[in-house]
Write a protein that binds this ligand. Structure first.
Ligand code: ADP
Length: 246
């Protein structure tokens, strides 16, 4: 289970997260929606400590970290959190000088200390899983955006994280390439992968989420099942946001 409590984060004088509490059980999918600038990406990045919260608690598996304004997190805790999370970025962030399989092998060899043979074998299985078995030796610039994002998902999976984090995984894609990426994420959800996803794709959110949080100005405005948040909410600000996305 993943849990955060009373999480705060500021950039200078700008308070971006103003006390966030949430829990996610293993095998569940949490979707984060909300207007631009509401703190969605910052919250997501706190889960793998790409941003260090100023205050609050993060619990991921056996690792519990209390933040108290200190910038340095104990190395062991940082490693544990990084090893248990996989991140998929909006702009894929593949290493441009490495092939698809090279990208997927990298973390397995350097972080997990797997042999190159083992890393390659697992990488090929993952490429097949995301429908790219024939692209192992292609470089990122030889792949479409949708294919690059699927390689990025395979890479994030390769280190066997307990939770996969997605930061607007389809928003850099041409519309015709969105479906192939969402299909892979839906498949992972069906297999019971624990995921936290920031997205603007409301229909996808409704389909894939077990739990939805709608953020606004650094707080959770409403949270609940997709039905409760996307259809039944009576919160005026939430309704205003949802109408804009229709
Ligand atoms: P969202 O994902 O909902 O669009 P973000 O979490 O990206 O929101 O950003 C929330 C606010 O924090 C915005 O005002 C943004 O400009 C600001 N912000 C995000 N990252 C940084 C940073 N590294 N330094 C300063 N301000 C930042």
């Amino acid at each position: 289970m993943i849990e955060i409590a009373d999480l705060h984060k500021s950039f200078g004088t700008l308070q971006v997260l103003k006390g966030i509490d949430l829990k996610l059980e293993d095998g569940k999918v949490l979707v984060i929606i909300g207007p631009s600038g509401s703190g969605k990406t910052t919250l997501l990045r706190c889960f793998n400590l790409l941003e260090i919260p100023d205050q609050g608690t993060l619990a991921l598996g056996d690792t519990v970290i209390h933040f108290n304004g200190l910038v340095t997190i104990p190395r062991k805790a940082l490693q544990a959190v990084r090893q248990h999370t996989g991140m998929v970025f909006q702009s894929y962030n593949l290493f441009p000088h490495m092939t698809a399989i090279g990208n997927i092998m990298e973390g397995q060899v350097t972080v997990q200390k797997r042999s190159r043979d083992e890393a390659r074998k697992r990488g090929l299985q993952l490429l097949a899983k995301v429908g790219l078995a024939d692209k192992a030796d292609s470089y990122p610039h030889q792949l479409s955006g949708g294919q690059q994002q699927r390689v990025a998902i395979a890479r994030a999976m390769a280190v066997e994280p307990e939770v996969l984090l997605f930061d607007e995984p389809t928003s850099a894609l041409d519309p015709e390439l969105v479906g192939e990426v969402l299909k892979v994420i839906r498949q992972l959800a069906a297999e019971g992968m624990t995921m936290i996803i920031v997205t603007h794709e409301m229909k996808f959110a409704a389909d894939v989420a077990d739990w939805v949080i709608l953020m606004d100005e650094g707080v959770i405005l409403v949270q609940g099942t997709p039905q409760e948040v996307l259809i039944e909410t009576k919160n005026p600000r939430a309704l205003q946001f949802l109408r804009q996305t229709e």
